[in-house]
Every structure is written in C-alpha cells, then in structure tokens.
Ligand binder design. Structure first.
Ligand code: 3PG
Length: 205
C-alpha cells in the first residue's frame, strides 16, 4: 500500500522541477540519501514530464503535488504518479482520484476541513501549512478528536524543526528543505543526497 510505503520512508520531499532532465538525477540523489520518494509539484511546465521520467525508475515512489483540478489529476495519473497531494480539500478531486484508484492526500488546516475530508473517506491528510499554523503541537491537538487520521505535516518544516514532528500520528514529514529548487536547477545532487540523509535521520525510526 502507498501509505505503508510513505510511512516506511518517513520523509516526503516536495520538489519544484524546472527542467525535466533534472528529474531522474534528482530521484537517484534522494534514493541515495535513503529517501526513495518525492512529490513533484505542478508548479512548472516541466512537472508532468518529470513525473513520467521518474515513474520509470524501479524502487522509487513518485507522487504529484499541488494538484488543483481534475484535469491535472488525470494528466499526472496518466504520467505514472502513484499518489496525488493537494494543498486543500476538494470533493471533486477526491472523487476523481477514487475513480482512478489512486490515493489522494488532501490538505487541511482546520478541524472543519478535516471533517469534510474524512466524510469523503480520507484518513491521511496533509496538514498545511504546518509551521505557520502553529507547528508540531497541532498534530496531537487534531489527532485527539480524530484518532483514525494520520497526518503529513507540510509547510515551513526545515532541519531545525524536523525532529519535532517525529510523532505517532505523523505518517511522513513533507518538506522542500531537502531539495531546494535552486539546488536542483544547479545540479547540486550530492548536496541533496546529504540533506536527504540528514533530514531522514532527524525524523527517526
Ligand atoms: C508545499 O506544498 O509547498 C509544501 O507544503 C512544502 O512546504 P515548504 O516549502 O515550506 O517545505
């Protein structure tokens, strides 16, 4: 199951790729650092091609992020995305993902949004933007009324706060700290491997 794989890896790098030729070396750099997964955000024209390139790699779990419309969802699933992430909850996207049989992780920032997501069948949600909303303390606070939900905190989490999110209700910790856009663009893949290793060590287990 995808959520089991995500939980095992424990870290979800969020990446912005400007040149699709960077996608495969980036994925290899992440895997070398012990983090064989990525959420490729649909924030650049290169994103769908990047998803398709990485989907060919054995042993690497590729998802698409910043999925805002059903048409985008169709495109990334066709390209090989194994899961999709959105910054918020949308019933339309949720239905579309179910039709494809692809796990969707919607973003929530409040208990009300979490109730909507849960009513649509989601028990894994992105907690976004985690740091700006109050940080790791939010996780147990929201987990108390929703004990069946697991969280993917995301937004403003860097190496300095990564360990704070090493909590049972956290499925995996999402961050762009591991692979900054400029490091990807400049081909600094050794640096990305080192960051993956460092972040992975910080979230433990
Ligand atoms: C995002 O969708 O941008 C993620 O939440 C990553 O946030 P970050 O760039 O603050 O790590």
């Amino acid at each position: 199951m995808i959520t089991t794989e995500l939980a095992r890896i424990r870290v979800l790098p969020v990446v912005v790729i400007d040149d699709p030729r960077h996608a495969v070396p980036l994925a290899r750099a992440l895997a070398d650092g012990g983090v064989p997964c990525a959420e490729i955000t649909l924030r650049t024209p290169a994103a769908v091609e990047a998803v398709a390139a990485v989907a060919e790699l054995d042993g690497f779990l590729v998802g698409a992020g910043t999925v805002l419309s059903p048409e985008q969802l169709d495109r990334v699933v066709d390209a090989g995305a194994r899961f999709v992430v959105s910054p918020g909850f949308s019933a339309v996207l949720s239905n579309r993902a179910s039709r494809h049989g692809v796990p969707a992780i919607p973003g929530v920032a409040t208990a009300s949004e979490l109730m909507s997501a849960r009513a649509a069948g989601h028990t894994v949600v992105k907690l976004f933007p985690a740091a700006q909303l109050g940080g790791a303390a939010l996780v147990p606070a929201l987990h108390a009324p929703f004990p069946d939900v697991r969280f993917v905190p995301s937004g403003g989490i860097g190496i300095g706060t990564a360990a704070d999110y090493d909590l049972d209700p956290v499925l995996t910790v999402s961050t762009s700290w591991i692979a900054p856009r400029d490091a990807i663009g400049a081909g600094r893949f050794d640096e990305i491997t080192a960051r993956a290793r460092e972040f992975r060590a910080a979230v433990g287990r």
